[in-house]
Design a binder for this molecule. Sequence first.
Ligand SMILES: NC(=O)c1ccc[n+]([C@@H]2O[C@H](COP(=O)([O-])OP(=O)(O)OC[C@H]3O[C@@H](n4cnc5c(N)ncnc54)[C@H](OP(=O)(O)O)[C@@H]3O)[C@@H](O)[C@H]2O)c1
Length: 309
Amino acid sequence: MGKRQVPDELMFLVNRRAEQKTTDAPMTGKVCIVSGSTSGVGLAAVRRLARGGAHIVMLCRNYEKAEGVRRELKAQYAVPVDIVVVDFSNLESVRTAAGTLLAACPRIDVLINSVGLHSTGRFITQAGFELVFCVNHLGPFLLTYLLLDRMRQSAPARIIQVNSEGHRFGGLDLDDLDWRRRRYKGLKGYGASKIAQLLTVWEFADRLQGSGVTINAMHPGDVRTNIGNNNGPLYRWWLHNVTWHMLKDPVISGEALYYLAAAPELAEVSGRFFHLTIDEKPAVHALDREMGRRVWNLSLQMTGLGPGS
Ligand SMILES: NC(=O)c1ccc[n+]([C@@H]2O[C@H](COP(=O)([O-])OP(=O)(O)OC[C@H]3O[C@@H](n4cnc5c(N)ncnc54)[C@H](OP(=O)(O)O)[C@@H]3O)[C@@H](O)[C@H]2O)c1
């Protein structure tokens, strides 16, 4: 009797236990911009990229914290480490940061968006967006869009959106993106932001075809980071005393992001979702291209880029 086939929707359970791919391909001098690099997945990524010789550009909201990471990296590796301050809950701040990056970086080889949060409560930003949707999707979308031409000029170049298996939670309702009509649920709000991001990855990939710039999304593993720390003392206690024991060291996320950024065999791979380093089929609702076109247009409008193309 043959082995029973695991359904696509459950392959993440297989992939999380699978042996992951690695590469020793050097990244010497490659300009790698990493958002959310003061903590967790993004921090693990800049550590690994610095070890690979990359020129690190940290995009962070807390300058002091970023300065601490810069000191740590500089003490171990002879690589340039720059810091640009940005608040992804404020799209004006994202625009300013993109301007700073364009002025400072004549070339951009890799963009990794690892910024993100999970909130159990519903918060609305000053501009009127639901906070998680803004930080996890709109901010990184705007930044990516604004850096595209520079990345095209720098080709070959790679964009990696740190997404999540949490996209499987569902939650995206294009008629209620700010959760005025529905009761907000943290996991659904998180899911909505990650579905929107995935749908726009396929759209970006189409537009980048033939440019030498690739874009992929990935799940960084189930790892011990500070995500959720913003949800109050009880949540934090649970996170650190219970959940963390079931999670892995984010060093695996850094290794996976390095692989996706550097592996020669991925030079032309674009528009895919990876569980760490394994190509995986996302949930069906994240593959709905008609929905994707609507999310693309809405994202352009909401970030002030619209109508665009
Ligand atoms: N941990 C997991 O198991 C897991 C699983 C699936 C997906 N992910 C994804 O991995 C990514 C990184 O999360 P993480 O687990 O590494 O969490 P984390 O340790 O909390 O790191 C999040 C990073 O985002 C930054 N950030 C948050 N809000 C920001 C804002 N408004 N403006 C600028 N920076 C902001 C944080 O800055 P501060 O250091 O200043 O707080 C931090 O550097 C997220 O996209 C998350 O959805 C994580």
